[in-house]
Design a protein around this ligand. Structure first.
Ligand SMILES: [Zn+2]
Length: 290
């Protein structure tokens, strides 16, 4: 049973979410509900699978983890428009377009919606790849990004653990340009169904196998290495949705003969609480052993 779930959970949940999204869209459901409804249903399935078929029992979240990660999920993601911010994007898009504040003729609006969503994913991922890689290679940005790498375990809800300032930087590169280009809400919504659910799967603690998709999608098998406590292992697999840019730029990493060791930062006592982490990036070398 565990093996069947391992191979079928990802494609089944993703396909079901897309079908639900398309059916809702074609039956007059609002874009917000058509987008977040399938994502929230997917979260429930992922939570159930984490409890029933965990990749590592030791990675199951305890009460403190859930409280801190929920704080990130609810407060940071709402305050800074990255996750729920797409609500604002979808709502503001019409207002921007009526004021002529979009760049006409740059984005291929005439393409089929699915091709536009694919183009959006490839280009947004290209920018996120370099923002993410810079966050690992440039110390001032790493101090912000270290928060995302601070947990010693992975489970779906800690995908939202980002400092608000880093969220803002990500938003400037992977969302704002496409709003200015006037990408339609239909395309953004389609993209966001994948973005949301793949992000949860990427961090999930489910025993999952995605096979050849490890050469296309940035999924959990690759992303676990990105959270390794060893920097030579974590400085890889930067892809947000896709892994193609890592393959192209030589940072794809997936050892076949062993499992990842410890996760997290060199400093095993790096603060883990939500309020403490708001100020953590302003202490130099806090992620290192002193
Ligand atoms: Zn990272």
């Amino acid at each position: 049973m565990k093996r069947i779930v391992a191979w079928s959970a990802y494609p089944t949940v993703m396909m079901a979410a897309f079908v639900a999204h398309v059916l809702c869209t074609h039956n007059g459901v609002t874009p917000q509900i058509a987008t977040f409804g399938p994502i929230l249903c997917g979260c429930l399935v992922i939570t159930f699978l984490e409890l029933k078929f965990p990749h590592r029992r030791a990675w199951l979240a305890d009460r403190g983890d859930v409280i801190n990660d929920s704080s990130y999920m609810l407060l940071v993601q709402i305050v800074l428009p990255q996750f729920f911010g797409f609500f604002a994007v979808i709502t503001l898009l019409g207002a921007l377009q009526t004021r002529g504040m979009t760049l006409e003729g740059v984005w291929p609006h005439a393409w089929p919606v699915y091709f536009q969503a694919l183009l959006l994913m490839v280009t947004a991922d290209f920018m996120r790849y370099w923002v993410h890689r810079l966050a690992h290679e440039w110390p001032p940005l790493w101090r912000l990004h270290a928060i995302h790498h601070s947990p010693h375990k992975l489970y779906w809800i800690n995908v939202g653990r980002f400092h608000p300032l880093e969220k803002l930087i990500q938003y400037l590169f992977d969302a704002l340009p496409f709003i200015v280009l006037g990408v339609s809400e239909e395309v953004l919504a389609l993209y966001f169904v994948f973005y949301g659910l793949n992000g949860f799967f990427q961090h999930c603690n489910i025993e999952l196998k995605i096979g050849f998709l490890n050469y296309l999608i940035s999924g959990p098998e690759l992303h676990r290495w990105h959270h390794s406590a060893l920097s030579e292992e974590s400085n890889c697999n930067y892809g947000n949705n896709l892994i193609i840019w890592d393959l192209l730029f030589g940072t794809w990493f997936l050892p076949r003969n062993r499992l990842v060791g410890d996760l997290g930062l060199e400093n095993r006592n790096y603060p883990s609480g939500f309020m403490q982490q708001m100020s953590s990036p302003f202490t130099r070398d806090l992620d290192k052993v002193t």
